[in-house]
Design a protein around this ligand. Structure first.
Ligand code: C2E
Ligand code: CA
Ligand code: CA
Length: 877
């Protein structure tokens, strides 16, 4: 008996230690096993003490029985709380039914062999109850251990150890039950009871103390050395017999029932009840299994349906991909015979796949495509895995030629392909798009002319080629007054105008000259020839002539001029410099009044610097009194008398001398200085007019120029009123000259402004008539009194009869509108006579007098204009 104690204690300690290493319910399971072994050890100790001490006998029933029963309760509890994975309700219920089936079977067996005979016999008192207790404990143990395989699968790494330990305990319990039975029957336990205890608890120790290796060995030991049940418990696990165990138990019970003799004793009823319960349980289990299967089947069907749908969807996707693919896949033999051809070729190139199969690709294409494909094929044919890409033009079934990109890969040596794989894509649209993008980058979207980028590229190339014969010249153009058109008529009209201008530019150049739009109203022309510079000048003249004709945009007639700068490679080291020179020359042309051509001169760089200096100086000039007014008389064509003067500003520059308004009015306008400057001119002119006796004996008119910026900034009418009041100038003797650009901007508001000026009683003159943008349309709408016919028209008088007719028309127009007409820039007698004959009212020009300082103008008032004695008519009446 002694030998068993260390094994029991070792099992207790190992179980408890393992519990410490675990967490959660698994910890309690191992603790329960350990505690069970410990309780058992206590009972065993009592048995040993009784055996060793003289005069004492092992009490029956006594502490060893309590130890044993306590162990069973603890171990059963421990195994019942083994943690299992979450399960469905049906599954848990079935587990319970299984448990009941095993328990009932065990009870039945126990009843047949032990309890029935004991109860029917003469055993009474505590001994009876202990026996019943042992049997009940055995039933519990058998039940728990038999249900272990089911549990084991869900416990994880400890499952095997637990099963082994539990199997061993079952063996011990069974042995003890036998001992008790033998004790009741009056037979001694014999030595093998102790041996089984020792072996059993050694296995429990092994299982509790070990990982997988030792428990594996323990399993072998259990199978070899201890009771059958243990071997069964461990062995069943390998058979995964969760479903069969309960049936096996029931079968065993029913077989055992065959030996039961129905003798009408008091235990027959219990036996019958157990049997009925088993049958009920089997039926219940069957039903549950059915239910569960049905659920599983439904679930499975569901999943299969879902999966099928997924597969279908992905196949659809794949099909769509293949069908939509703009790629044809073909497998060719080494000599380019088509062995496989995907159907997509029909969608891409119009040829049905079957029409190509069996034919040689190189026989189906021609020209450069054939040569290229042959070359590419030759380059990959002898190199496994090699691939080549060629771009070729292939015939579409409908006759079009399509750009295609072919990738061929040599898989001749690949057993699953055994050919050269051709992937062919139609890249026609992509190519077209690319070309379009390039075109867009190189062409102006609005006019279709070259872009600045393309121009720069061509200029670069031309410069690189220059010196080998051809010279290079560039025209830099900027439209005059385009901004006003855009501002007043809107962008649509502005754009239309640009398109028309582009058309005329193209008509004015040779075919191989490049015309570009740089943006806005800036254009460039690249001239490349042996005599580039001379050619450029000819082109410029043609352009000026071409733009002279009015444009019709949105039903209006628009006049547009252009300032052109010309530069050539003679003065420039590179393309950038050449372009800058042309730009500079253009600026010169523009600041010279516009509508003219200027060739680049190196001094222009100095002029540019000078302009910048001028700008700084001009601010100071006004305060320093460096500005002076000169006066140019206007002469009546009918009487020859001076009708008035036009005040023209000059700048007496301390270093440069007398500076022309052409050089600084532009700067003054750009910087806003024109506003104070204009006010000064107005005051000075009025003061002078009053000093000459305006409004007294002679009805002299004083004409003052007003620029666009003055008109836009501040209230011109209020300023004029102020000046009139300050100087005592009668409003009717002041004439304000403004160009059409004044009238074009912001039409409605400008009409209102002009009305306010008009209400003051001042005279309004339209300056430079004929050079503006829409000569006639506005005349009727604005309250203008005087029409100043631009010098450019007067210039042309005396030669072409067409030009005479034009001026005559303008004069008639003025008359029909009730306006007085003034001809500007009269330089010769012919012009004077023609104008007089036409009925023009007033003349102004160098022929009569240059603009002169106030003192000289005063003298003219006395003497009359040179050659025209005061009071004498210009023409003999
Ligand atoms: P504009 O108003 O057309 O003035 C007439 C210009 O023609 C003057 O140039 C005058 O000297 C010039 N001229 C007169 N008769 C003849 C001729 O027979 N032949 C030629 N070739 N030219 C002639 P100027 O004085 O240099 O003035 C130039 C422009 O400067 C003016 O053109 C005017 O637009 C502007 N300007 C002059 N003074 C003022 C001013 O006080 N305020 C504003 N805003 N602009 C002014
Ligand atoms: Ca003027
Ligand atoms: Ca003028």
């Amino acid at each position: 008996g002694l030998a068993a104690v260390p094994a029991v204690l070792a099992a207790a300690v190992a179980g408890l230690r393992r519990a410490r290493a675990r967490t959660g319910r698994l910890r309690w399971t191992w603790a329960g096993l350990g505690a069970g072994a410990a309780v058992y050890a206590l009972g065993e100790a009592d048995r040993i003490v009784s055996a060793v001490l003289p005069g004492t006998a092992v009490r029956f029933p006594g502490p060893p029985d309590i130890g044993y029963l306590g162990m069973v309760v603890l171990v059963a509890t421990a195994l019942l709380i083994v943690p299992v994975a979450p399960q469905s309700t049906a599954h848990r219920v079935r587990g319970l039914v299984d448990l009941l089936m095993i328990a009932t079977s065990a009870l039945l067996v126990s009843w047949i062999f032990v309890l029935g005979p004991v109860l029917d016999g003469d055993t009474t008192g505590a001994a009876l109850w202990v026996t019943v207790g042992y049997q009940a404990a055995d039933v519990v143990l058998v039940t728990v251990v038999l249900s272990m395989p089911t549990l084991r699968r869900r416990v994880g790494p400890d499952g095997r150890a637990l099963a082994v330990a539990a199997g061993a305990l079952l063996a011990v319990g069974f042995a003890d039950g036998l001992v008790a039975h033998l004790a009741l029957a009056g037979t001694g336990p014999g030595p093998w009871a102790d041996l089984s205890r020792f072996a059993g608890f050694a296995v429990v120790f092994g299982a509790a103390a070990s990982g997988g290796a030792i428990s594996g060995a323990a399993t072998a030991a259990v199978s070899a050395g201890t009771g059958d049940e243990a071997a069964n418990g461990a062995g069943q696990a390998r058979l995964r017999p969760g479903l069969l165990t309960p049936y096996a138990a029931v079968l065993a019970a029913l077989l055992a029932g065959l030996v039961w003799h129905d003798d009408g004793g008091r235990t027959d009823a219990f036996f019958a009840a157990c049997r009925s319960a088993l049958i009920a349980l089997i039926v219940a289990r069957q039903l549950l299994t059915l239910l569960e299967n049905r659920y599983l089947t439904a679930n499975l069907e569901d999943r299969v349906a879902r999966r099928t749908a997924e597969l279908y969807a992905s196949e659809q996707r794949f099909r769509a991909l293949v069908l939509q693919s703009s790629e044809s896949v073909a497998v060719l033999e080494a000599d380019s015979t088509v062995r496989f051809q995907s159907d997509s070729i029909e969608r891409i190139f119009g040829w049905p796949a079957r029409a190509l199969i069996g034919r040689r690709l190189i026989d189906m294409v021609d020209g450069p495509a054939r040569a290229r494909i042959e070359a590419a094929l030759a380059s990959v044919r002898d190199r496994p895995q090699a691939s080549a890409v060629v771009e070729v033009t292939l015939p579409h079934a409908d006759g079009r030629r399509r750009q295609a990109e072919m990738t061929m890969t040599n898989l001749l040596h690949d057993p699953s392909v055994g050919g050269i794989v051709f992937n062919t894509r139609d890249v026609h649209d992509a190519k077209e798009l690319q070309e379009q993008l390039v075109h867009e980058a190189y062409h102006d979207g609005l006019t279709g002319l070259a872009s600045r980028a393309l121009f720069a590229e061509r200029l670069e190339a031309a410069m690189a080629a220059a010196g080998q014969g051809d010279g290079v010249a560039v025209l830099f153009l900027d439209l005059d007054g385009f901004k006003e058109v855009n501002d007043s008529l809107g962008h649509v009209a502005g754009d239309q105008l640009l398109v028309r201008v582009a058309g005329r530019l193209l008509e004015s150049v040779r075919e191989d000259d490049t015309v570009a739009r740089f943006g806005g109203d800036e254009f460039g022309v690249l001239v490349q020839s042996v005599t580039a510079h001379a050619d450029a000048e000819a082109v410029a003249r043609r352009i000026v002539a071409a733009l002279r004709e009015p444009f019709t945009v949105g039903g209006r007639e628009l006049h547009v001029g252009t300032s052109i700068g010309i530069a050539s490679d003679a003065d420039a080291g590179d393309a950038g410099q050449l372009l800058r020179n042309a730009d500079l020359a253009m600026y010169e042309a523009k600041s010279g009044g516009g509508n003219r051509v200027a060739g680049y001169r190196p001094q222009m760089h100095d002029a540019l610097v000078g302009r910048l200096e001028l700008e700084a100086d001009l601010r100071a000039a006004l305060g320093r009194g460096e500005l002076v007014l000169h006066y140019q008389p206007t002469v009546s064509l009918s009487t020859g008398e001076i009708t008035g003067f036009e005040a023209l500003v000059r700048w007496r520059h301390p270093v440069r001398g007398m500076v022309s308004p052409f050089e600084f009015i532009g700067i003054a306008e750009a910087t806003g200085l024109i506003v104070p400057l204009g006010r000064w001119v107005l005051e000075e002119a009025c003061r002078q007019a009053v000093a000459w006796g305006a409004g007294t004996t002679r009805r002299l008119k004083m004409a003052v120029n007003v620029s666009v910026r003055q008109f836009d900034h501040g209230d011109l009418a209020a300023q004029v009123a102020e000046v009139l009041a300050d100087t005592g100038m009668p409003a009717g003797h002041l004439c304000l000259e403004m160009t059409e650009s004044v009238l074009l901007t912001d039409t409605e508001e400008n009409i209102a402004r002009l009305r306010r000026l008009k209400e003051l009683g001042v005279v309004l003159a339209m300056d430079d008539f004929g050079t503006g943008y829409s000569s006639l349309a506005y005349l009727r709408r604005f309250p203008m009194d005087t029409l100043k016919i631009d010098r450019s028209f007067v210039d042309r008088l005396g030669g072409d009869s067409e030009d005479v007719a034009l001026v005559r028309t303008i004069v008639r127009l003025g008359q029909s509108l009730g306006m007085s007409t003034v001809a500007e820039g009269v330089e010769n007698q012919t012009q004077l006579e023609l104008l007089s004959e036409m009925g023009c009212d007033v003349a102004q020009g160098y022929l009569l007098s240059r603009p002169v300082p106030a003192s000289e103008a005063a003298r003219l008032l006395e003497t009359g204009v040179p050659g025209r004695p005061s009071g004498a008519p210009v023409l003999p009446v």
